[in-house]
Design a protein around this ligand. Sequence first.
Ligand SMILES: [Zn+2]
Length: 236
Amino acid sequence: MSGSLSALLRALHEAHQRVHLLHKEIEESQRAVRRLEQQLAEREKQLRQLQEEIRQLKVTLHDREVTEKQLHEKVTRWQQQILGASTAREYQALQSQIENARIQLHALEDEMLELMDKLERRQQELPEREKLVSETRAELHRLEEQRRQRLEAIQDRLTQARADVARFEAELPPELRETYQRLVRQEPKEALAPVEHGSCMGCFTETTLQMLQDLRLNRPVVCKSCGRILYLIETS
Ligand SMILES: [Zn+2]
């Protein structure tokens, strides 16, 4: 690169910033996919719960039907027995058994009606829930495809930005290298800062006249307050 040290440092700083922004963009798109994955998992879970509830309701309903059938059979049997009852006591006992069974049957039928009603309502919810899951799944698929294409473009720009960083780094004056390496290890985009209106834009501390003078003479200058490598933004 031809030109001043400030121009080189500025180009290097901007390349670091580009790398940082591209990384952020990658992370952001990963987060968006992850959010949708979580939403899909939640909706799938709700669907499974509904399917399980329907299954349980069917099992319970079947169980009650069996009990109802058995009770009916008992009542029929007792009704036949009552015809052949030999004593008033036997007659009374059977009569009371039949009466109790009828009360039970009545309660059982009420319960079954409730169960059937609930089962019907849950089954009506099912298509909506299934639709929600398949729609979310399709949306996730679209987003992932979009992200894949986006990533390819970002990767190209990232490769370019990294190549720029390497190219500008190679041109750094030897006396800056150690400081630069140390700063870059901490946070690359924070290694450098422009000086604007006589202040370091990294920490907003004023620079001395001597520092400005050195910068204009292409000498390496480091901010006394934050330690960043400084450069001038050339306006002409
Ligand atoms: Zn500073």
